[in-house]
Design a protein around this ligand. Structure first.
Ligand SMILES: [Zn+2]
Length: 295
């Protein structure tokens, strides 16, 4: 450095620019970069990939997250042969309007879930066992049971009966669909009738109660299984806890209406962790059908 350079006064032209901090000190975690889901119980964020690998069970608190009907059946079956009852579409016979017309509510639910109705029916296989399974989608108008849900369930039952394949139902519902009035209540009788025909023919019907199951669905198809399995801490009841508290004028603390409470009272036969659920259903069905159990 020469003397001339050393004596050059500092102006805005030659003033050194403060360096820009380019690198973050803390590298972003996988949760920040990958699509993640917050556990509704412990509020921990888990990446969707980890959740899929853990069968939608929170790795931190073991909370069983809600699964959509399609995800549920894809998870349950080893292979899917086909879907049933897709051609059934709901009408609006009562021209029902509350805060918005029923057809508008339906189209919104269809847009949100990508499903045409609240019950999906599929046939497929678990190991060597062919069976029919249906699942409620709670995000589709609270998994409510309208005419199409009834139609699809009856169709599943009749196919199970004709082909002597067991029927499994993953229930998750708020009850009957009020927008269809009496027509939705009639589905309780229709679904109960087909279940009775299955029972008389000796075709197994297993219900898996997933969080939550209430109302007309509890009062019909969800409580008429040969075996009732519930997922841990699932809320199961007919009327909601608050309604019962107001009626009996009593505070009903935890674990009222939880799966474990109902197991204790004998309403539910077993509470099974989701990691063991498919094996449990498979073992039960092979025993009931006197088939070889392929382990
Ligand atoms: Zn959690």
């Amino acid at each position: 450095m020469t003397d001339t350079q050393a004596q050059t006064p500092t102006t805005w032209l030659n003033r050194p620019v403060p360096s820009i901090k380019r690198d973050r000190i803390v590298q972003p975690s996988a949760v920040e970069t990958e699509p993640s889901t917050e556990c509704p119980n412990c509020h921990t964020l888990t990446t969707n990939t980890s959740l899929i690998f853990n069968q939608y069970v929170c790795p931190d608190c073991d909370h069983h997250l809600t699964m959509s009907a399609r995800k549920r059946l894809a998870w349950f079956f080893d292979s899917i042969t086909g879907e049933l009852g897709q051609n059934y579409q709901a009408g609006d016979p009562l021209k029902f309007t509350d805060s918005k017309p029923y057809p508008l509510r339906m189209s919104e639910a269809q847009k949100t879930t990508g499903e045409s109705e609240a019950l999906i029916v599929m046939n497929g296989k678990i190991k060597n066992l062919e069976l029919i399974a249906c699942a409620f989608d709670f995000k589709f108008m609270g998994g409510s049971m309208g005419s199409v849900v009834g139609d699809r369930f009856v169709m599943a039952g009749e196919k199970a009966l004709a082909e002597r394949k067991p029927l499994v139902c993953f229930a998750s519902s708020g009850g009957a669909r009020m927008q269809e009035g009496l027509l939705s209540l009639m589905q309780m009788a229709r679904t109960s009738a087909v279940i009775e025909r299955l029972r008389l023919a000796g075709v197994p019907y297993i219900v898996v109660l997933t969080n939550p199951v209430y109302g007309g669905v509890t009062a019909s198809l969800a409580m008429l299984g040969d075996v009732h399995i519930a997922e841990p801490r699932a809320m199961i009841g007919f009327a909601g806890k608050r309604v019962i508290e107001q009626t009996v004028r009593e505070v009903l603390d935890e674990p009222f209406q939880r799966a474990e409470f109902l197991l204790d009272k004998g309403t539910v036969d077993m509470v099974v962790h989701r990691h063991e659920l498919v094996d449990t259903v498979y073992r039960l069905l092979t025993k009931m059908m006197k088939l070889p159990n392929v382990s």
